[in-house]
Design a binder for this molecule. Structure first.
Ligand SMILES: Nc1ncnc2c1ncn2[C@@H]1O[C@H](COP(=O)(O)OP(=O)(O)OP(=O)(O)O)[C@@H](O)[C@H]1O
Length: 316
């Protein structure tokens, strides 16, 4: 349903070449991306700053024309068929608003209903759902310019969904939000995705968004795809390991070895030891430990996605 083939976007930028001279340089923001996204998928599109995420979303939504290659969304070519496409997609770009700044939030929704010519009953049903799930009622009468960032983002999400799009493109939907608003936005998107009605494509620097929402992770760097798969596949590829953290009554003897586990940390004078589980289960490692040491407490720590992604960016 979303298809990109050898998609490229180059920008020509002027760069300083001496005190007065400027020369032109070409930046390949998107450098040959091939991706297909099927209906109902929830795709996290991540990458370091300047990797080309926003540029890709702009080409998918018809804001920017590609330099070369193909892009289609529901069989439509975004730039020439932008008006038709707009009826089928929803867009939330953290930096840009689709709401009317001086009008109460509810008025923006009414205007959008007219613009998209949504039948009143459909509009009411969708709005009701957003009002309930995003707790909009207390600020529906507030002018948009007076809304907090979190309130505005909830308004933006509603505005993007009122015409019943089948795909929602989100550029940094939780940026700058407090913990509670982030959770509200994530729960809402999770529910939307789980319903299977809407395909989600989101860029974010907050990997908790990805862990909570996405079953597929596409990582780009310098305009190219460097990983495409599940979060588990990412961990498998980069050798992420679970850790076992144990609190001991006495430090372990210096020559202590636990098959399939490697000591990666020691604290509290050797009373707290961390093992990376390379080739054994947590259960086997714990059994091996309690046979030789007095274990007071223990916990198993899942691999951290931040670590894996940091390694991936560094490798890139
Ligand atoms: N209008 C433009 N003119 C010139 N260069 C641009 C333009 N837009 C983007 N770029 C360049 O293209 C590259 C990709 O930018 P893009 O905004 O797509 O990255 P991003 O992955 O969204 O980054 P971030 O995480 O910082 O938002 C960067 O090098 C950027 O400087």
């Amino acid at each position: 349903m979303i298809r990109m083939r050898e998609l490229r976007k180059d920008f020509t930028v002027r760069v300083k070449a001496g005190r007065l001279r400027r020369t032109k340089r070409t930046v390949s923001a998107v450098d040959g991306i091939d991706l297909t996204i099927e209906p109902g998928e929830m795709v996290g599109y991540i990458g370091p700053n300047g990797a080309g995420k926003s540029t890709t979303l702009k080409m998918l939504t018809g804001v920017l024309a590609p330099s070369s290659g193909e892009v289609s969304v529901f069989g439509l070519t975004p730039v020439p068929q932008r008006t038709r496409l707009a009826l089928r997609i929803g867009v939330v770009f953290g930096q840009r608003s689709q709401l009317w700044w001086d009008l109460p939030l509810g008025e923006s929704f009414r205007l959008l209903r007219h613009i998209y010519r949504v039948p009143p009953a459909e509009h009411e049903t969708r709005l009701r759902r957003c009002r309930d799930l995003l707790d909009l009622d207390e600020f529906l009468d507030t002018p948009v310019r007076q809304l907090s960032l979190g309130q505005r983002m909830r308004g933006e999400l509603t505005a993007a969904l009122l015409h019943g799009p089948r795909v929602l493109f989100l550029d940094e939907p939780t940026i700058g939000l407090d913990v509670v608003s982030k959770q509200a936005v994530r729960s809402f998107l999770a529910e939307l995705g789980a319903s299977g009605d809407v395909t989600l494509v989101l860029t974010t620097h907050d990997l908790a968004d990805i862990e909570r929402l996405c079953d597929r992770l596409v990582v780009i760097d310098h305009g190219r795809v460097v990983h495409d798969g599940s979060i588990e596949a990412l961990h498998a590829r980069y050798g992420s390991r679970r850790s076992l953290v144990v609190d001991l009554d006495e430090p372990l003897p210096p020559d202590f070895a636990l098959p399939g586990a490697t000591v990666t940390g020691s604290a509290a004078d050797g009373h707290r030891v961390t093992f990376a589980l390379d080739g054994t289960s947590a259960g086997t490692a714990v059994a091996g430990l309690v046979a030789v040491a007095s274990v007071r407490d223990l916990s198993v720590v899942e691999p951290d996605i931040e670590d894996v992604v940091a390694r991936l960016y560094q490798a890139g």
